[in-house]
Design a protein around this ligand. Sequence first.
Ligand code: FAD
Length: 269
Amino acid sequence: MTTAVAAPFRFFALHVVRTRRLGPSLVRVSFAGEDLRHFLSDGWDQSLSLFLPHPGQTAPAVPLELGDGWWQGWRELPDDVRAVMRSYTLRGLRRDPDEIDIDFVLHTPAGPASAWAGRARAGDRVLLLGPAVADNRAIRFRPPDDTDLVLLWGDETALPAIASILAALPAGQRVRAWLDVRDARNARDLVTAADAEISWRTDGSCLDALRAAPLPSAERPYAWIAGESGSVKALRRHLAHERGIDRRRITFVGYWRQGLTEEQLRAAQ
Ligand SMILES: Cc1cc2nc3c(=O)[nH]c(=O)nc-3n(C[C@H](O)[C@H](O)[C@H](O)COP(=O)(O)OP(=O)(O)OC[C@H]3O[C@@H](n4cnc5c(N)ncnc54)[C@H](O)[C@@H]3O)c2cc1C
C-alpha cells in the first residue's frame, strides 16, 4: 500500500439513479453512466472531483471538446455558467449494473454542492473527474507496512472515507477512531473486521476527547485525519508535538474550512 501509481484520471458522464436520506443532514446519491465501466478504484479514501450544474442548467458546463485545454476553457467560462467543482469521496462502487455512491453532508447555510445534493433527483446529470486506475494518487490513506496502530479522526464530511477505510482494514489491525457528527442520527453503523474502538461525539468535543485520551501503546502508529481545516491542523500539531508521532506517519487533509468556499480554500492552500 505504500507506492502510488501515477494515475490517469478521466471524465465520467453520470446521472443520478436514486437518492437516500441517511440522516437529517446526510444524503446518499447513487450515480450510473455508460462510462463507469472504465472507473477503477481500490477504495479507501478515494477522492473525486464532481462538476455540478447551476440551478436551471440541465448539465454541468465543462468544455470537454477542448481536450487537454478543458481546464483553461472551464476557468474562462462566466461564473454563473461554469460548472461548480467540488471534492467528494467514493463511498460505494458496484458492478452489474455499474453504480457509485457519494454521501453528501447537507450543511447550513448550503453551498452550491450541498444545495444540489439536497434537491438531486433521478436523471440529474453531473460530470465526474475520477480514476481509471485502481491505485491512484487520490487515495491518501497509506499506512506504512509496519504500522501497529491506526488512528482516525474525522467530522461528517470524512465519515464516508472513514467508513470505507474501516471496511477495508484487515482483521487484527488495531484501530482507534474518533468521529465528530453534528447530529447523532447521522452516525452510521460502521462495519469492520479490524480490532477497532470507535468513539462518536455530537457536541464538537471530539478534538478535546482525543487530546485527553490515553492512546493504546504503539511503536509505529499511523494517523489519518480529515475534516474542517482548522481542526485538522490543530490535531496534526497535537499528534506530532504532544504525542510524538512522526509527521511522515500522519496523513492530514482539510476537507473544508469554516467561512470559505472550496474555491477559496484551494486558493488559500
Ligand atoms: C478530498 C475531499 C473529500 C471530501 N469528501 C466529502 C464527502 O464525501 N462528503 C461531504 O459531504 N463532503 C466531502 N468533502 C467536503 C466538501 O468538499 C466541502 O464540504 C465543500 O465545501 C462542500 O461544497 P458546498 O458547495 O456545499 O459549499 P462551499 O460553497 O464550498 O462553502 C459554502 C460555505 O459552507 C461552508 N461549509 C462547507 N462545507 C461545510 C460543512 N461540511 N459543514 C459546515 N459548513 C460547511 C463553507 O465554510 C462556506 O462558508 C470533501 C472534501 C475533500 C477536499
